[in-house]
Design a binder for this molecule. Structure first.
Ligand code: DP6
Length: 324
């Protein structure tokens, strides 16, 4: 009745932004990501007849009420699937430096789904696991797989066709992803709230929906051809377009800090000097820079010279879920 799983986090190249069903975590649009090698969550789940409630320990401490409630609601979904009423102790170790500005929900719910399903002997295949992880946090469905991953939005109301699949493994194409920390601290608006507000109120959201599937097709073609330049252009534009939809929300959402702008301009200047580097930004102020491995060291050193950059962590494509 117990199991331990490890999942890496992922960074979206074509963003998931907006839900059509909040309970099932069904997205408005398909998305595409790279699973990373350096940031992960390891989670142990143990179901027991001796417990009268669930317990969630995160990095050796009892997790906050809001974090715990998300985990307990997710356990309810797994219990329903397995036909059990047993409670569980969930123990997670997060190696996602919050300071690096990476969300831990993707690796967190991917590891939790895998460990809990195994502990209950559910024998899910990767697709079923992706569907399950999605119902903890949308982006978690992509972290089941390593490398380059697409999450198809699906059409069904029950969500059975909304899951991720691997496009290329982590060994098929090595690129560098440099995570730049420009500002720490808790963000004001969570991605969950941000995407909801945007979809409900932004007049630019329809423009997003009209173009994002086309962005995805172009990104997939660039990945297939290992065409870094084309991929970088689409990725950077897609991230800026997502942020543009938020600026139009009511009230507007602005995740950028002055350091965010500094890194963006720096990357655009690097390109003028002949280095192929592109950026992407999630629902927060920190910037992730994509470049080719042969330029990694130069880009890394140049980022560290910027006054607002506090830290840079170099990542590469990483593996999918594993069991320990
Ligand atoms: C901007 O997966 O964290 O990082 O499904 O509500 O848990 P919930 O949201 P989450 O949102 C991720 C938003 C994003 C883009 C992306 O990862 O695709």
């Amino acid at each position: 009745m117990k199991a331990t799983a490890k999942a890496n986090t992922n960074i979206a190249l074509i963003k998931y932004w907006g839900k059509r069903d909040e309970e099932l975590f069904l997205p408005m649009n398909s998305s595409l990501s790279i699973t990373l090698d350096s940031f992960y969550t390891i989670t142990n789940v143990e179901f027991s007849r001796n417990l009268n409630k669930d317990i969630f320990m995160l990095n050796n401490h009892q997790a906050s009420e809001s974090e715990s409630n998300k985990v307990f609601r997710f356990l309810d979904k797994i219990r329903k699937l397995a036909g059990t009423h047993l409670h569980a102790v969930v123990t997670s170790e997060n190696k996602v430096p919050t300071a690096a500005g990476f969300a831990s929900s993707a690796s967190g719910f991917a590891a939790l789904a895998a460990a809990a399903a195994k502990a209950l002997n559910l024998e899910l295949d990767e697709r079923e696991l992706s569907i399950l992880a999605r119902q903890g946090s949308g982006s978690a469905c992509r972290s089941i797989y390593g490398g380059y991953v697409e999450w198809q939005r699906g059409e069904r109301a029950d969500g059975k066709d909304s899951y991720a699949k691997q496009l290329l493994s982590e060994r098929d194409w090595n690129i560098s992803i440099l995570s730049c920390l420009v500002a720490s601290g808790q963000k004001q608006v969570s991605s969950r709230e941000g995407m909801k507000r945007t979809a409900l109120t932004s007049p630019f959201y329809s423009g997003w929906l009209n173009t994002v599937e086309k962005d995805l097709e172009r990104a997939k073609e660039a990945i297939r051809l290992r065409d870094f330049e084309s991929l970088g252009k689409i990725v950077e534009a897609n991230a800026l377009k997502m942020h543009a939809t938020m600026l139009g929300a009511e009230p507007p959402i602005l995740y950028w800090q002055s350091g965010t702008m500094e890194v963006m301009h720096h990357i655009q200047n690097l390109r003028l000097s002949g280095i192929s580097a592109y950026f992407t930004i999630d629902a927060g102020p920190n910037v992730k820079v994509l470049c080719l491995p042969e330029d990694e060291q130069r880009v890394y050193e140049s980022l560290l010279t910027l006054p607002s950059v506090q830290n840079v962590i170099i990542c590469h494509p990483g593996a999918g879920v594993s069991y320990l």
